[in-house]
Structures are given as C-alpha cells and as structure tokens.
Ligand binder design. Structure first.
Ligand code: ADP
Ligand code: PAZ
Length: 316
C-alpha cells in the first residue's frame, strides 16, 4: 500500500504585503486623501506608507463585507416579511497587550468612516469591562489584570447584545490607563452606529462556561474579527518602549497610578517593565490570548517596528 503525501490544509490564505498593497486602488486612495491629513494630525505612530499599503486595503475589504452583510440582512427580513431596522456591523480586534490593537482600531475607525457612504463608526475597548481595582483587590486579582477572571464578561455580553439588537443608545463603562482603574460613574455612549469596533485582548476568548450547550461567547456578536500578531520578543520590546514613554509623560502626573515610577532611571524602567511583562502580560499572552488567534477571520502579522509583513484571510 502506498501513502500519498497530502498538502496540509489551512483555513487561511496568506497574502504577502506586496500583494496585499495591490488590493488598494488609486481612485480609493484619492477618496482618502483629505483624511490622510486628519490621520497625520491624529498623532498616531503609523506612517502614511503603512496606512496606504496595509490599512486602506483592509478598510476596503471590510467595506465590501459590511455592504454584503446589509444585503443579506435585508434578504432575510424580506423572506420573513419583517421590517428592516438598522443592525450595526460589529468588528472585533484581538491580540496581545502592546501589539497595537488600539492604534489599529483608531485608524480603522477613521478610514471606515471616510468611505463615500460615511458610515458612523464607534469604537469601544474592553478595558472598560475590567472589574474596578477595589473588586480586583478584594478578590486578590490585582496581579491578574487582563486575565479572563478580571473582566465582567456578563457586562460586556449584555452591552453587545443591546448594540446588536439595534437599541439606539447603549453605554459602556470607561477605563483610564492613567488612573489604572475604571472611572466611577463615567460612561461612553454608542448611538445608532453603522459599525462598532470592539477592541481588547479577550474578545476571541471562549472560556466562559463552555460546558453549557447554550453558551454564548463575545465573538458570537462579531461579523468580522481581526487578530493582530507579532513575535513575543517584539511585543516585550514595544511594551518596554511604551512604559518608558509613559514614564516620561503620563506617569509624571501626580494623579497617575504609576506616579511612583516617574523618577525611575532608564535602566530601572526597563527592569520594571520587563518584570511586569514576564509576570503578567506574557503568561496571559501564552495561556489566554495567543490560543485565540485562529478564531479570527483575518490575522495581521507584524514584524519589527510594527511593519505588517503579511495578512492571513480565512477562506470560509
Ligand atoms: N503601526 C504602528 N506603528 C508604530 N508604532 C505602533 C503601531 N501600532 C502601535 N504602535 C505603538 O506600540 C505601542 C502599543 O500600541 P497600542 O495601540 O497602545 O497597543 P495595545 O492597544 O494593543 O496595547 C504604543 O506605544 C504605540 O504607539
Ligand atoms: C488593561 C490591560 C489588561 C489591557 O491591555 P491593552 O489595552 O494595553 O491591550 C493592560 O494594559 C494591563 O494593565 N495589564 C496588566 C499589567 C500591566 O500593568 O501592564
């Protein structure tokens, strides 16, 4: 008996950067020209080459998907004879701490809302659904911030269910990185959006009571999801760099939770950031975040300096 070597099947097709950049087009870049100035003014670390070659094609693909989803929804409504009401398209963005989720989300928000039909795009981060420090302290979870047990997942699911049911005004709690805590009494309002981007390390996790057959997961509310990926040593480096930058800026503020780190030397900052990375964020990446990578519809693979090397797009 002979065994034929079969090629390993992957549910993803990999598109290298050069090919991906071709998925943009001149007419479309023209549409974005005015917005490029606004993007430059947003003080984002991305350069224009990265935006035009990676993020503009991504926004183009998502724009196609949003239109297709709206048509599908209208077809179902017509079949059922029900009235069509607006249901927001929800995009999840996952990935490690410091991989650039918030940056990607803000740039996508800007690009998607610049499309000719000007969809209203809201952005929510799951940080707001972390339990307040007082709760984390009482449960001895302060060193587990970001781990599944540190989030009010029920609150997040309730928020998403309300958004997806088409409610006009829905609110979410707000987290402050400066205060390192949820801000008491503050809410962020999401009002009749066409698209909602939900960004956070935990958005593709499925650990909540998977044993129940009627279990619903955060990602069940997503129409499209992205995992931003990078090598662990790059992530650590980006985390350390962000920590050093915060020490020189935000930590100087007396209200900052980390004000005590404001006077650290460069070397001490690297040691402190490396310690936090190795004891909290890296274990969380390995145990809870990276295993969710292949649940995403699209994976952005970053190399050194946040440069996107390739894109993996789910075939089905
Ligand atoms: N595309 C990019 N190019 C250059 N720097 C980036 C890029 N995306 C993020 N960064 C930087 O990397 C760090 C982490 O990014 P951030 O968006 O805060 O990550 P996350 O939300 O995943 O924790 C920040 O210092 C940010 O300025
Ligand atoms: C609040 C977070 C879990 C969320 O991460 P991010 O928004 O940076 O991706 C993270 O920033 C965090 O606070 N981690 C705990 C350890 C630390 O202080 O970095």
């Amino acid at each position: 008996m002979t065994f034929e070597k079969t090629a390993r099947y992957s549910p993803y097709q990999t598109i290298d950067r050069v090919d991906w950049a071709r998925r943009s087009d001149d007419a479309m870049l023209h549409v974005f020209e005015q917005d490029m100035d606004a993007l430059r003014g947003m003080n984002e670390p991305l350069n224009i080459k990265e935006i035009t070659e990676v993020y503009v094609p991504l926004s183009r693909l998502i724009n196609f998907y949003v239109k297709a989803a709206q048509e599908l929804y209208a077809a179902t409504s017509s079949f059922l004879g029900s009235t069509v009401h607006k249901v927001p398209y929800i995009i999840g963005i996952a990935g490690s701490v410091a991989v650039g989720k918030s940056t990607t989300a803000r740039v996508l928000q800007r690009l998607l809302s610049a499309w000719p039909d000007h969809p209203r795009v809201d952005l929510v981060t799951t940080d707001g659904f972390l339990y307040p420090n007082s709760v984390l302290e009482s449960r001895q979870l302060m060193n587990r911030k970001g781990f599944p047990e540190s989030y009010d997942i029920r609150g997040l699911m309730h928020f998403l269910a309300e958004v997806k049911s088409g409610r006009e005004r829905v609110s979410a709690p707000v987290y402050s990185h400066l205060e390192y805590d949820v801000l008491p009494g503050q809410r962020q309002w999401v009002e009749s959006p066409d698209i909602v981007i939900v960004e956070g390390i935990n958005v593709l996790q499925v650990k909540q009571r998977p044993e129940r057959e009627d279990a619903v997961f955060v990602s069940d509310f997503f129409d499209f999801s992205i995992y931003v990926d990078a090598k662990e040593h790059d992530l650590r480096q980006w985390y350390i760099e962000r920590f050093k930058r915060l020490r020189a800026t935000a930590f100087q503020d007396e209200d900052s939770f980390f004000h005590r780190y404001a006077s650290l030397s460069d070397e001490e900052s690297v040691q402190m950031a490396t310690y936090i990375w190795n004891t909290i964020n890296k274990p969380n990446l390995v145990e809870n975040i990276r295993p969710t990578r292949y649940r995403a519809n699209l994976i952005l693979e970053k190399g050194k300096d946040h440069f996107v090397k390739s894109v993996q797009l789910r075939k089905i």
